[in-house]
Design a protein around this ligand. Sequence first.
Ligand SMILES: [Zn+2]
Length: 609
Amino acid sequence: MANPVLPSSGVLSPLGLDAVRISPGFWGDRVALNREVTIAHCREWEEREGWIGNFRGEGPRRGREFSDSEIYKLLEAMAWADHPDLPELAETVARVQEGDGYINTRWSGSRYTDLEWGHELYCYGHLIQAGVARLRMHGEDRLTRVATRAADHVCRRFMEGTETCGHPVIEMALVELYRVTGVERYLEMARRFVERRGLPALADIPFGRGYFQDDVPVRQAQVFRGHVVRALYLASGVVDVAVETGDEELLKAVEAQWERTVARRTHLTGGMGSRHQDESFGEDYELPPDRAYNETCASIASIMLAHRLLLATGDVRYADLTERTLYNMLATGVALDGRSFFYANPLQVRVPAVPHDGVNHAAEGGLRSPWFDVSCCPNNVARTLASLPAYLATSGADGVRIHQYTPGEISHGDLRLRVETGYPWDGTVTVRVLEGGAGRISLRVPAWASSATLAYQEAAASPDTRETRTVAPGYADVEREWRAGDALVLELPMEPRWTYPDRRIDALRGCVTVERGPLVYCAESVGDEPPLAEVAVRPGAPLSEHARGEVVELETEAVLGASPAGAWPYRDRPHGWNGGPAAALRLIPYHRWGNRGPATMRVWLPVAD
Ligand SMILES: [Zn+2]
């Protein structure tokens, strides 16, 4: 079973890369581009920056203290993509492993002297995830032996005591290694790492222990806090431990933390993280569009967590957030050419970025960059897209559930299904039975789809005789004896809709935006036309659709303000938008912004008075 996550129990079981084949379409195109372009791009930059050379002992060590982890993430991407370069790169890595299993190009000689910032266990986590991917796709080889030797070393060194790593990921990696090998000490080691956190296990730091979730024990925390990627990787590992040990209390704790975080600390795009200083969440309702951080890796971590919670509980809300995050964060994080990436994903950019094609030393999200000093995001995108088919559908006692819609084929038991759709541009999803059998097929109706319909079309019958019914958000089920040629046709309402923020989100008060299907839209301005600082809209005004190739763009009427230049920006009466000319405002899907060169952009638009 070729899955990044394969729990031994839970309401749903994932269908892996061996059961879900993705074909050309929104995601199929991106998965193919990732395999053909992005993986080689990452390899090239890791060579150029000397991070792979570190494993060959070439000259002084280069890169940050955690750069080994980028090679491991790339190895995981290669494993899922069955990439021919994997054996040679794995061989390069293997040379550095020491006799007792220790492996790190930075800290060899001063092992475990800085658990807060050293990232040694973090690097193992990514190595082990790569090893698990290789075991599931290929079977045992050099890479998997390196990974299991590292895991054994971790168990010997850390099973007793109170230590853990400043950056989680080892927890979920060890549980997954337990799942694939059956070796129980890996699960026990993961469980101990989870229980140690918050006792506290790490030294205090200027950001506070909340930065690495060491301020309170996991079971007592009320919300995700601190560094977003750390928090969500940890929570993913906690769900894994809870599921494998049958710890309902622990699972419930993470569900409650997720619920509050989604209600109060999540941007419309599914992005998480409002503070640049420590890459952290910020407080409840602290969701500024221009200062949003929303690291691409954080969105990937959010998808990893939501997927685990979906498998454990079967609750549709986790699949809904995954959809939002896939289309508006993961798809945004990488350019249409597969060679440049966003690190931060703000919802408003006030000043066009200056183009450059070298290493970006900052994380600001104005233009996608080919590489970063800290290049976690490109490699994370690569491994996620390489394993994406594993996130689309599940099986369970009640049959097959399809959670995300993109063209492809799904096999489960006797059933073989083909999904045909132009989603997310088009709202029609046809699930055609290629090979029949008995069972239930469930299709997710997204939370935003308030008037969806589902039709059953029997093989050989005329489309006029379809049985059509209205289906509410959640899962729409049809159970029957399926025959080849039968089809289910889900119609999702794709009318663009105005979206309003909760009034407690101070930074968004007085603003609206537009969504269509799963996509968040934004206004993008190249050459300051129109000037986005002076644009306001009238919610409820018509939103016309304009096809540009397959992409659906929208247009609405806006009001252009004319503010005096250089004036003191405060006065004793409200500043209105009155007097400005009307102008047509084009809105594009947020994930496509920044593909036309330097630009300004905003998702949330002020309401004209
Ligand atoms: Zn990142």
